[in-house]
Design a binder for this molecule. Structure first.
Ligand SMILES: Cc1cc2nc3c(=O)[nH]c(=O)nc-3n(C[C@H](O)[C@H](O)[C@H](O)COP(=O)(O)OP(=O)(O)OC[C@H]3O[C@@H](n4cnc5c(N)ncnc54)[C@H](O)[C@@H]3O)c2cc1C
Length: 385
C-alpha cells in the first residue's frame, strides 16, 4: 500500500469491535492507527455481559456469523497471550411454560442441524442441575458449546496483541471529519489532534457511528437500545454456568416499552451479572431504579434465593441496534475507502472476531469467510423497517 500515507487503515472507535478489526488488520501486515474519543471500551463494550451465544441467533447468515466467531474466540483465547477470562462452560436455557418449552425444543432440533448441540433437561431435573432454580419451570436445554469472557479484558487483549504488530493507538482523540479527494474518495481522517492521512478508514464507533458517518454525508440507520445490568456480591457456586430464559433473544423492536428477560452470568471473580433490559430511550446511559427493580423482579422469578444476595452496583449501556437485526459490515458505496462495522446490538462481544476478520478480508481483497450480502451496509432491508 502507498507509503505516502500515514496509515494503511484508520480504525475509528476503540470498543471491542474496533479492537478486533485493528487486530485482524494488523495480522495482515497493514499499518493501522486506531482513534478513540475516550479510552478502550469506554462505550458499550464495558457495559454488557460477556456471553458468546449461538443458540438465540436465527438459523441463517447470522447464526453462521456467530458460529465462526465463537470458533475464533476459542482460538484467540490461546493466541492473544493474556487471559480475558474466556470460559466454555455452556449455558442453560430455561422455559417457564409448556409452550415455551416446546418452542425451545424445536429451536434445539434446528440448531442440531447446524452442529450446535443441546441437551434436554426435564422440569423436575432442573433443580438437580441448578439448585437455586424455581421448582415450577417446564424444562430447559443445556448448550455445552456456549462460552463467556470479560469484554473489557478482551478489548485490551486484542489491542495489546495488535500493538505488538505495530498498531498505533490514539486515546482521548475524537474523530472530527474527513479529507476527501475530488472524486469523493477518502484521503484522511481529521481528529481533534490533527489529520491522519489514509485512503482507508473503518467506522466502528458503536451507537455513535451514525454521527461520524454524517460527517462524510452518509446516513447510517443505527440507534441506541439501552440495557441495564445488576452486579451482585460474590457468590461462588451459586450458578454453575450462565442461565437465560427461553424468551431471551426474541425482543420485538417496539418503541416506548421496557422489555426484560432473565440473564444470569457468573463471572470468573464469583459475582453474578443479572440482566437484562431493552428500551429505546435515546443516548441516555444513566442507571434507572425502575429498570433495576424490573430486572431484579424478573430474576427472582427464576432464582428466588437471589433475594438474599446484596446488589453491589448497576450499570447501563447502549446496544447499537440495526433495523433488520443484522450488523453492518463492509464498504460504504458513497465514500470509496470508507468501511463500516457496527449495528451488532446485543451480540457485539460475540461477533467481534468474525467482524474483524471479514473487514481485514475486505480491505486486503481476499475471499470472504461469510457471504457479505446480508451484512451489506447499503442493503435495502435497512430502510423503512
Ligand atoms: C446490558 C448489555 C448486555 C450485553 N451483553 C452482551 C453479551 O452478553 N454478549 C454480546 O455479544 N454482546 C452483549 N452486549 C452488546 C455489546 O456490548 C455491544 O454490541 C458491543 O459492545 C458493541 O461494541 P462496539 O465496539 O461496536 O461499540 P462500543 O463499545 O460502544 O465502542 C465504540 C467506541 O467509539 C468511541 N467513539 C464514539 N465517538 C467517537 C469519535 N467521534 N471519535 C472516536 N471515537 C469515538 C466510543 O468512545 C467507544 O469507545 C450487551 C450490551 C448491553 C448494553
Amino acid at each position: 500500500m502507498s507509503s505516502a500515507y500515514t496509515a494503511d487503515v484508520v480504525v475509528m472507535g476503540g470498543g471491542i469491535v474496533g479492537a478486533a478489526c485493528a487486530y485482524y488488520l494488523c495480522r495482515e501486515g497493514l499499518a493501522v492507527h486506531l482513534v478513540e474519543r475516550e479510552f478502550p471500551g469506554a462505550g458499550t463494550s464495558r457495559a454488557g455481559n460477556g456471553l458468546i451465544l449461538q443458540w438465540p441467533k436465527e438459523p441463517g447468515p447470522l447464526l453462521e456469523l456467530a458460529r465462526q466467531s465463537a470458533a475464533l474466540w476459542a482460538e484467540l483465547s490461546e493466541r492473544l497471550g493474556e487471559s480475558f477470562d474466556y470460559r466454555r462452560n455452556g449455558c442453560l436455557v430455561v422455559a417457564q411454560s409448556e409452550g415455551e418449552w416446546e418452542a425451545v425444543q424445536k429451536r434445539a432440533t434446528l440448531l442440531a442441524e447446524w452442529g450446535i448441540w443441546g441437551q434436554q433437561v426435564e422440569g423436575r431435573e432442573l433443580t438437580t442441575w441448578e439448585p437455586h432454580l424455581a421448582p415450577d419451570l417446564a424444562g430447559g436445554i443445556f448448550f455445552p458449546g456456549e462460552a463467556q469472557l470479560d469484554p473489557r479484558k478482551a478489548t485490551w487483549a486484542l489491542l495489546r496483541a495488535a500493538q505488538r504488530r505495530g498498531l498505533k493507538v490514539h486515546f482521548a482523540t475524537a474523530v472530527r471529519g474527513f479529507e476527501r479527494g475530488r472524486d469523493g474518495s477518502l484521503r484522511g481522517v481529521r481528529t481533534a489532534q490533527g489529520c491522519l492521512a489514509t485512503r482507508r478508514a473503518l467506522l466502528a464507533a458503536g451507537v455513535w457511528s451514525g454521527e461520524i458517518a454524517a460527517l462524510a454525508g452518509v446516513q447510517l440507520p443505527i440507534c441506541p437500545r439501552k440495557g441495564q445490568v445488576i452486579v451482585t456480591e460474590r457468590a461462588p457456586g451459586f450458578l454453575s454456568c450462565p442461565l437465560l430464559e427461553a424468551g431471551y433473544g426474541q425482543f420485538p423492536a417496539e418503541r416506548g416499552q421496557l422489555q426484560v428477560a432473565l440473564v444470569a452470568e457468573p463471572t470468573a471473580g464469583g459475582n453474578l451479572l443479572i440482566g437484562s433490559s431493552r428500551e429505546f430511550v435515546g443516548f441516555d446511559r444513566r442507571v434507572s431504579l425502575r429498570v433495576l427493580q424490573a430486572v431484579a423482579a424478573r430474576a427472582r422469578r427464576f432464582l428466588p434465593s437471589l433475594a438474599k444476595l446484596q446488589i453491589l452496583r448497576s450499570y447501563a449501556g447502549l446496544r447499537p441496534f440495526s433495523p433488520d437485526g443484522r450488523p453492518l459490515i463492509g464498504p460504504v458505496p458513497e465514500v470509496p475507502g470508507l468501511y463500516v462495522a457496527t449495528g451488532h446490538e446485543g451480540s457485539g462481544i460475540c461477533l467481534a472476531p468474525i467482524t474483524g476478520r471479514l473487514l481485514a478480508q475486505w480491505v486486503t481483497k481476499q475471499p470472504l469467510s461469510v457471504a457479505p450480502e446480508p451484512f451489506d451496509p447499503a442493503r435495502t432491508s435497512l430502510a423503512g423497517e
